[in-house]
Design a binder for this molecule. Sequence first.
Ligand SMILES: *Cc1c(COP(=O)(O)O)cnc(C)c1O
Length: 377
Amino acid sequence: MAGRSTEGSAAVLIIDLDAIVDNWRSLSRRAAPAGCAAVVKADAYGLGAAPVVRALLQAGCSEFFVALVDEGVRLRETLGDAWPRNARLHVLHGALPGEEADCLAHGLVPVLNSVDQLARWQALARQRDHVLPAALQVDTGMARLGMPPTVLGRLAGEAHGLAGIAPTLVMSHLVSAEDPDDPVSRLQLELFQPWRQRFPAALGCLANSSGIFLGPEFHFDLVRPGAALYGVKPVSGQANPMRPVVRVQARLIQWREIGAGEAVGYNHTWRANRPTRLATVSVGYADGYLRSASNRSQLRFNGVAVPLVGRVSMDTVTVDVTDIDASQLLPGALFDVVDEVQDVNALAAEVGTNAYEILTSLGTRFRRQYRGGAINA
Ligand SMILES: *Cc1c(COP(=O)(O)O)cnc(C)c1O
């Protein structure tokens, strides 16, 4: 198309793979001598599972987790021969009925969360006449996935309760790990400890990102961080030790001047009390920039904070750029939406959600650009 910028008008999501690798290394050091896995579910929290996994494999990570069989299948197909024989990919939800053969064919290891999942994996083991690897999840309080301790206890006590299964991990998931003062973490730790001893051939695996910071007792044999790899702050009320990973930039479409008393956007939720210069920027809730940021957050232009005024629209936001010289406001100029000043943690606090939701909302409409990661350039 004539006149179309080669850069495109879509907002840009810049992902720093070296920062992800650094974050993995620092979590590994903190967890040592336990191993450190990487959780790459939901397309690596929206950042692109394949490039993230390639970078982490290169750094020496060999244990990965996705949530769904489909996610695992796609990842293994994308990586092809680049997937090393010694690396393992666990599926946190386990296999739903009918997914077992696919799971096995792609070398995925299911987490067995229920008696039903266990029975179906055992049936496949019998059918193939093979002992099959699987992780065992015990529910220590999350009440979401996993077998109650009494149920797993009964199975482990029966001669053939776990026949056909070679347990890779025995795992559980913490409820409030980001809050070091919540006593539920210690209760879960005490409930989990006997299970680690019960399956000596399996790795004990309890801590998510925040769990790593609860101390060495929580590390067992393998920790499984997700969010902290991607720059999310692991401990509430403390400084963030993780490197920022994402930057989001969006382009100026046009600007205008309105008079005092004039209002902006859907439902006129903001009204100017002075003559105001307004810029319309090409990012909206369809890009994952949450509508709850309306009138609450800001973008930055050359380091200057410019507040959002009026509602976030599907494809645009409007910002007050009265303090920016009009000569700088060229169509296509870049505004920072997420950067080191206002990272995913700060944005989450402003709009009233957590940084996980900010990350995973950042949509497919962005142009993704990767930095670092050596072979991923
Ligand atoms: C998502 C998830 C993780 C990773 O948690 P983070 O808080 O992102 O580190 C670990 N374990 C389970 C079971 C999960 O669902």
